[in-house]
Design a binder for this molecule. Structure first.
Ligand SMILES: Cc1cc2nc3c(=O)[nH]c(=O)nc-3n(C[C@H](O)[C@H](O)[C@H](O)COP(=O)(O)OP(=O)(O)OC[C@H]3O[C@@H](n4cnc5c(N)ncnc54)[C@H](O)[C@@H]3O)c2cc1C
Length: 401
């Protein structure tokens, strides 16, 4: 069987491994806009910090043995002829196609956004460019206080850059942390010297590194700017192909799109979560791996189905503060159960007898078991008191005690 894969991220890599497991002789062509492809994207902040080299991000490069890699962008899909078009004119025939083009950073409409000193952090090339810009003593503004923005700010500060994070909300890390959790992380960032400009945004990026003007009127000096205001699925190249796209490429639980022989996986795919029933674009690494595995198995003639993954799950360590945020975390009132002990903060959100969300900050030891309960929407029953005390273990859940 011949397979073509558009996009070379982790969903593609997981699919290649799955295809090979079912059909070791499968012919696979991978079309990747990035060279090198198939690296561990969440580790890019470590490249900015200078703690990892680009080659350290590719521990699974051996999986590409025997795969024909075409560097370039996929530009068209002719589903009737079963041909993938690539920039430069190459046309790749396929029996099965995987759409795995992931997502790319949103570009806000701000005056000066096209200036050469404006950066993003999505690719390895972005990380290398940021590392180059991050000279000790430089000043930078990061727009966006989500996970990518905060991770970028942290990496830059560690290199001796004076960083201000500009965030339009009244707190950072919304919607993954509530105000109390965000305040703890903000304190850790400020202790490192990272300044936060909340309830504000960039109105204009001035030319030639002369800084930025904020909507509040404040001026900030900055040699460069990094924009981190979210991502959107990379689906533009599919226009006219006939594949069903809503927020992203719609797939069923087998990873199959609306077109015969065409599958999609990862950030570019939209799938119905079997537990919540919602149609979601997860943009999570772990889910991209699972979806790639499922699609690859089915493409090669095997049988696999998406069992669902956490719709929203973030695990990170920011300035030495470990954190896990899973599910619905912003609820207040009677549904919210909090514990606050010094640098440790835990919030559990209940939906009747079901755990629907949790924040663990400062102490994340049992977070895995809570995440599993949230994903499966398992009623707590007799486990409720232990759950609220934060002491629930896998053994408790397995034994129902
Ligand atoms: C800094 C950072 C930190 C992150 N941290 C975490 C984390 O801690 N936990 C977590 O769960 N997730 C994290 N993520 C998100 C995670 O990286 C993504 O969910 C994951 O990479 C998605 O994998 P993917 O294979 O679907 O797509 P991508 O990783 O986006 O890969 C898609 C590839 O396709 C290429 N491409 C796009 N269009 C085309 C085209 N037309 N033709 C050919 N190639 C194309 C892209 O250039 C890219 O190389 C992080 C992301 C970033 C940027």
């Amino acid at each position: 069987m011949s397979h073509a894969i558009a996009g070379g991220g982790i969903a593609a890599l997981a699919a290649i491994r799955a295809i090979r497991r079912v059909d070791a002789a499968a012919r696979i062509t991978l079309v990747s806009a990035e060279d090198p492809c198939c690296y561990f994207r969440p580790m890019t902040p470590l490249v900015v910090r200078g703690e990892r080299r680009p080659e350290d991000l590719r521990p699974e490069a051996d999986a590409l043995a025997g795969v024909r890699v075409v560097t370039g962008r996929a530009t068209s899909l002719d589903a009737a002829a079963r041909v993938l078009g690539v920039e430069g004119g190459e046309r790749i025939p396929y029996e099965r196609l995987l759409i795995a083009t992931g997502s790319s950073p949103c570009v806000p409409e701000i005056a000066g956004v096209g200036e050469p000193n404006v950066h993003y952090l999505r690719t390895l090339a972005d990380a290398l460019a940021l590392r180059e810009a991050a000279r000790p003593g430089a000043a930078a503004v990061v727009l966006g206080g989500g996970f990518v923005g905060i991770k970028t700010a942290e990496a830059l500060a560690q290199r001796g850059v004076a960083v201000t994070v500009v965030e339009r909300e009244g707190q950072i890390l919304l919607p993954r942390l509530d105000a109390a959790g965000a305040a703890l992380v903000a304190a850790a960032l400020e202790a490192r010297g990272i300044a936060l400009a909340l309830r504000d945004t960039i109105a204009e990026i001035l030319p030639r590194g002369r800084g930025v003007r904020l909507a509040s009127g404040r001026a900030l000096a900055s040699d460069f700017v990094c924009i981190a205001v979210g991502v959107r699925p990379s689906v533009a190249w599919l226009a006219g192909s006939g594949v069903a796209v809503e927020k992203a490429v719609v797939v069923d639980e087998r990873g199959q799109t609306s077109l015969p022989g065409v599958y999609a996986a990862g950030d570019v795919a939209q799938i119905r979560d079997p537990v919540s029933g919602r149609s979601v674009v997860s943009a999570l690494w772990t889910n991209a791996v699972q979806m790639g595995r499922v699609a690859g198995t089915n493409m090669a003639g095997g049988t696999a189905a998406w069992a669902g993954g956490p719709e929203v799950f973030n695990a990170a360590e920011i300035e030495g503060v470990p954190m896990v945020s899973v599910g619905e975390v912003l609820a207040e009132g009677e549904r919210a159960h909090r514990v606050r002990r010094g640098p440790v903060y835990r919030k559990l959100v209940l939906d009747g007898d079901v755990l629907s969300g949790a924040i663990f900050l400062g102490e994340v030891r049992n977070a895995g078991v809570y995440s599993a309960l949230i994903a499966a929407r398992t009623p707590l029953g007799r486990l409720k008191d232990k759950a609220l005390a934060g002491t629930l273990t896998y053994a408790d859940v397995a034994l129902g005690r």
